[in-house]
Design a protein around this ligand. Sequence first.
Ligand code: PRT
Length: 155
Amino acid sequence: MSDSLERLYHAVIAAKDLDPATSRTARLFQRGPAKMAKKLAEEAIEVVIDAVNGNSDAVIRESADLLYNLSVLWVAAGVRPEDVWAEMDRRERVQGIAEKLPKASADKPHAAKSVSDKSGATSKAAAKIAPPSASESVARRPIVALQSSRLKKRR
Ligand SMILES: N=c1c2ncn([C@@H]3O[C@H](COP(=O)(O)OP(=O)(O)OP(=O)(O)O)[C@@H](O)[C@H]3O)c2ncn1[C@@H]1O[C@H](COP(=O)(O)O)[C@@H](O)[C@H]1O
C-alpha cells in the first residue's frame, strides 16, 4: 500500500505545476488548500456513506479518490508519506512497549485518572501523546497502556 501511495504522491508533485486547464491536480493547487480540504472531506463522506450502505465496490472507488485527495493535501502541507509512516511506526513501537509494562506501573493515580472519561475520548487523547523523553518515558507509558476495559477488570 505504501508503494502505491508514494507513487501517487510523486505523481501529484509532478502534476501540480501543469496547465490547470488539463490537469485536475494543477487545478486543485491553483484553487488552494481550502478547496483541497473540501474535496478531501467530500470524498471521506462518500466513503462512509457507501460503507454504511454496504456498497463495497463504491467504497473501493471512493477510497482511491480519498487517497488521491489526501496525497494532494500532503503535498500542499509539505508532509511527506515517510513522515506519516514514521508516525505510524512510532505508535506501533510505543503501544508494543506499553503492552509489556508490569501491571503495577499502570496503577499510578495519575494514570487511573486519565482513563476515567466514559466517552472514550481519553484513549484517543492518549494515542496523541507526544513521544516521551528518555527521562520521563517510564512514567508516561502507562497512560498509553491503560484501556478502560483493563482498568475495570482490575477494580
Ligand atoms: N490518482 C488520481 C486520481 N484519483 C482520483 N482522481 C480524480 O478525482 C475525481 C474524484 O473527485 P470528484 O468525484 O469530486 O470528481 P468530479 O465529480 O469530477 O468533481 P470535480 O472534482 O470535477 O469537481 C475522480 O473522478 C478522478 O477524476 C484523480 N485524479 C488524478 N490522479 C492522478 O494524479 C496524477 C495527476 O493527474 P492530473 O491531475 O490529471 O494531472 C496522475 O497520476 C493521476 O493518475
